[in-house]
Design a protein around this ligand. Sequence first.
Ligand code: NAD
Length: 484
Amino acid sequence: MLTREQALAQYPGLGLLIGGSWETEGGRETLDVLNPATGQVIGACPVATEADIAKALEGAERGYQAWRRVAPVERAKVLRKVADTMRARTEELAGLVVLELGKPWVEALGEVEQAAGMWEWAAEEGRRAYGRVIPSREAGSRQMALREPLGPIAAFGSWNAPLITPSRKMAGALGAGCSIAMKASEEVPACALTIGRIAYECGLPEGVLSILVGDAVTISERLLDSPVIRGVTFTGSTQVGKILSQRAVGMMKRPIMELGGHAPVLVFDDVDVDAVAKAAAAAKFRNSGQVCTSATRFLVQRSIAERFTETMAEAAAKLVMGCGFDRSTTMGPLVSERRVSAIRDLVADARARGARIVTGGGEPERDGFFHEPTVIADVSLDAKVSNVEPFGPIAAITPFDTYEEAITIANRLPFGLAAYVQSNNVRILNRAIDDIQAGNVICNGWRVSLPETPFGGVKESGLLLEGGVEGLQAFQTVKFAYMA
Ligand code: NAD
């Protein structure tokens, strides 16, 4: 395990990775990068200029023409080497996650493994871009459906999974044979940039991957408006996802959108209440609740609601807030002051509407961007926290009486990313899988979004999928070929 001092000493000088060349000079403006556990500046990242964006686009076109002709089996070797290198450099990468985002060390180690797994999966699955031979209408001729890479991809990601999100996008696009120009999240740039540099060290041809940092609007408009780009993959809020999708579709570019959620958790009265409440607290406060699939709206059957609330609140109160490099820390900071003030606002609104703050609700007296793990009971459906994705350490508990009522509350929002159901009654689970409007329905568990499983949202939570076979197909197109 690295110490904070060791990680700080290793924190890399920041630059832009443009088609394989590492750009640090040139008098560009810079953006400060902060450690959220202290609020202190840990680095300054150059901001991409118009010329940098143009160079990334040129690289994407040139790189695509080269990479699409590399046999999938050879592409797989590069991608697998990236996975191996990431695993070999686990401590260094975990250190970047803890410095830039603040996650506890154990969570950061898990993030490295999952991100490496994305590269491994794309390496393996990229070799299986099978097409079909469709029986022809005339003897002596062939009808074929061939899978081809979609083309150069523009990518944008949020900060909350600083290795996993860029890895999904880079590995998915590269595994399918596309090139990719990506804007790294300005909060956590060293994570994406380091993976990008590893990819080139592992043999990625020049041009195929660029990683820019800078003004989101300028970079997205220049990339999307360029005829070079054929698809855009975005992970972030529904609001920004809509802006990017409209722009992309207006130019017939494919939008792949992984957007906001507000996951309901339906807890029925046949469960082991204490065990589920403790597991719910662990799931809820992972990454300080800054997870798009985070369990946020706890709908608990009335007869067990009080016991569930007390046990979950006890588990939340035992969490130790602090710097991710401290062994005792079980919950880190939020990424920025902006997130702390958003949570403060949700707590104040719930309180004003008569909800009960069972634990937490405040901010500790310390440097950095911390908010206490908070459990709120008797939350009304008109409270902001029942409607706006919190993306932070708040669990809102609302009792329900019947299955139908729980499903109606679960489905009442425009989001449909993840949902959780806790019950030992297989009939309830089966019905819930059918009735809940979400891209991911998890029964008696909390794990979503593995390299080999499809991941995406319905309703306003997204378009198309990442992960699994489906994730690779999002970066492919199908060509019909006929030969007589
Ligand atoms: P955000 O939408 O504000 O920002 C995401 C990224 O988009 C950032 O890199 C930002 O610089 C960029 N961006 C902002 N405005 C832009 C614009 N006009 N044009 C182009 N790019 C722009 O979201 P956030 O606050 O960084 O992340 C939190 C949100 O992301 C939550 O809603 C969360 O649910 C969602 N999220 C979704 C998933 C998923 O897979 N579905 C995963 C993680 C996070």
